[in-house]
Ligand binder design. Sequence first.
Ligand code: FES
Ligand code: FES
Length: 156
Amino acid sequence: MITVNGTPHQITNPEMKLSTWLREVLSLTGTKIGCDIGVCGSCTVLVDDLPLRACKLLLKNLEGKSALTIEGLALPDGSLHPIQQAFIDCGAIQCGFCTPGMVLSAYALLIKNPSPSRIQIRQAIKGNLCRCTGYQQIVDAVMAAAQRMRATNQDQ
Ligand code: FES
Ligand code: FES
């Protein structure tokens, strides 16, 4: 059994990569596959609150674990999470291919450290490669999201 965005699923494809299973079986295509060899970070999802590369994880090793994908980050009323909204507001997106993984890495940081420095943000997202925007706006977005989340005492 693996729980994805709060919904439990039986593991029936134990040799399948988590990234492939999310996209092709659960149709959760927010998880992107870039390099597929663990380099780019675009497939990042949270597993038990840790940002991990889904293209490096086999389902058989995830028994009893919980995964959060970008589709599970929206608020209960369906509105965007403050990190997602901050990426839009700060212009931290161009093609958007890196964005789901970037947002989830940022989320993993902010649930542990609500007031990160810019250096701590850069360290948290260093495994997520962006080919489009430059990192300035991305760091700005995570700073803005942290401020908004602190203001509302909101982690989800
Ligand atoms: S697709 Fe997984 S790290 Fe690049
Ligand atoms: S926005 Fe295109 S790779 Fe980051």
